[in-house]
Ligand binder design. Sequence first.
Ligand SMILES: NC(=O)c1ccc[n+]([C@@H]2O[C@H](COP(=O)([O-])OP(=O)(O)OC[C@H]3O[C@@H](n4cnc5c(N)ncnc54)[C@H](OP(=O)(O)O)[C@@H]3O)[C@@H](O)[C@H]2O)c1
Length: 339
Amino acid sequence: MNSPTRNTQIQLSRQRDGMPDLDDFEVHVVPTPEIADGEFLVRTIYLSLDPYIRKAMRGDHPGHAKLAPGEVIYGRAVCRIVRSRHADYKQGDYLVAETGWQNFAALTPKKVVQRIDPTLGPLSTALGVLGMPGLTAWGSVAHIAQPNVGDTFVVSAAAGPVGGTAGQLAKQAGARVVGIAGGKEKCDLVTRTYGFDACIDYKKSGWQDALAAACPGGIDIYHDNVGASLLNDLVKFFNLYARVVLCGRPADYHSGDFEGLSIGPIIGKRAVVRGMVVYDYEHDLARYQRVAAQLMREGKLRFKEDRVEGVESTPAHFLKLMRGENIGKAIVSVGPEKG
Ligand SMILES: NC(=O)c1ccc[n+]([C@@H]2O[C@H](COP(=O)([O-])OP(=O)(O)OC[C@H]3O[C@@H](n4cnc5c(N)ncnc54)[C@H](OP(=O)(O)O)[C@@H]3O)[C@@H](O)[C@H]2O)c1
């Protein structure tokens, strides 16, 4: 495909802490970049919106410098090579790469996250269940928590790509799986589509009684996607020697502040609390993808996407994710898969 000459990109308009709003972003139309030797031009197909982008914008995430006004917002995408001046990267190849929020990007191999095998699943899943969020769930469940048959595994933000995948992987290992999520629509997704044993809507009064009823034998493993406030509430339901995987704390991504854990109750439960970072499991991505793709074919691993169309829609969709209103993996559909 010949590249059009115009590239729409979303730039940062001002750098600040706090919950972002639409005025923090600006749409710019610029010439599509030329490529030098060793580079290739990619066309964005699906753009991934992830909570860490908020931290990356502020320079509070590994490998991401603080953005200055006028710079393109960070982000990974499923993209296709349009033109190449690199022998190992051919026109037509599908990649996950660090494109930023734009239609076209001139890249070097350093910006490539992975090559996509399109036979494994729908292309967009390389950003969700078969991509970084899925690998995060795999790192937590298969490498760290390792649930046994009969364990009770609880996960927060259960409707999202990390939580939903983690719960389904734990279910495959024989655990009783209980999700925690905000709202009825998310909880319905978690039980009806993902097949969890129960899902507790923490925005409803009496949710702690509902959780106790859903976990009659107590909690053996908690995968924490949301941070200290909920974890402090959950410790009383832990069994002795409970395993806790600390994965994310989206409320704290807007500034350097963070909510503290109540240590005393954790000591009392002799809980093993372990932080996890997905980068530690990148060596296992191919094996994870083979396992997950097979489970998907068998209908044992399901996913949900929350999509909008067009790169101009990205800031509003990102703000929806920042408010926790996304239902499933947040994705922007930017261009066609073919061509
Ligand atoms: N450690 C790692 O290497 C790693 C890698 C990937 C992702 N993560 C983390 O894993 C978590 C889940 O990621 P994901 O991509 O699957 O996200 P996601 O679940 O699609 O979206 C985040 C969810 O967090 C919940 N939430 C609770 N408090 C929130 C707040 N103050 N602001 C925004 N959202 C809030 C919301 O769900 P409810 O309404 O259900 O509460 C929201 O939908 C995130 O914390 C992410 O940063 C960590």
